[in-house]
Design a protein around this ligand. Structure first.
Ligand code: AMP
Length: 187
């Protein structure tokens, strides 16, 4: 099985690019953000707890998202692999993922990182807020908190995956088609 990680700051276009990649390579696209938003919309207990964190630009606890990933790995069949979008977001999640895969003799295949500068993050997320109406896209303070969280907790994963020879980066500044092309050129 292939295990790809789509990496990058909020607003880099991970979700947009994930669809094309999942189709081309017959991968199951797992977005932890989307799964959490589904819990919020369904009004589950988890959703209520997650909303309080997400709407303030904070991460949900590692164990919550690790459990979501493990249950998808165990239940999804008929694909050639998985495309993780928005996970892992902390070093602890990255280590948990390695352990989970190791139990099945598997490893992360590659990390595909879509990079955009901080100034563009705010612009992109504000544009998305108008289209998708996500509560966590609505306020500038929440967006800024997510950017800070990305730099503090998620960016260290770049060194983690570089050290393991898994890290590939594309320039996320450009049209959807240009970025898609750059991703496909990695293969
Ligand atoms: P996203 O759709 O990937 O931008 O995620 C939206 C929000 O869901 C994030 O800002 C976090 O609050 C939460 N979230 C998504 N994935 C994770 C994760 N792997 N770890 C912790 N929180 C997450």
């Amino acid at each position: 099985m292939k295990y790809y990680i789509l990496f990058g700051p909020p607003g880099a276009g991970k979700g947009t690019q994930a669809t094309a990649m999942a189709e081309k390579f017959n991968l199951c696209h797992i977005s932890t953000g989307e799964l959490l938003r589904a819990e919020i919309n369904a009004g589950t207990e988890l959703g209520v707890q997650a909303a309080a964190l997400i709407n303030n630009g904070k991460l949900v606890p590692d164990e919550v998202v690790e459990g979501m990933i493990a249950s998808r790995f165990a239940s999804v069949k008929g694909v050639d692999g998985f495309l993780l979008d928005g996970f892992p977001r902390t070093l602890k999640q990255a280590e948990a993922l390695d352990e989970l895969l190791d139990e099945d003799g598997e490893v992360v295949t590659a990390v595909i990182s879509i990079m955009i500068p901080d100034e563009m993050i705010v612009e992109r997320i504000q544009g998305r807020a108008l289209k998708e109406g996500r509560a966590d896209d609505a306020s500038l303070a929440t967006i800024q908190h997510r950017i800070d969280t990305y730099h503090a907790q998620t960016e260290p994963l770049i060194a983690y995956y570089k050290a393991r020879g898994k890290y590939r980066e594309v320039n996320g500044v450009g049209s959807i088609e240009e970025v898609r092309e750059a991703i496909f050129n990695l293969f």
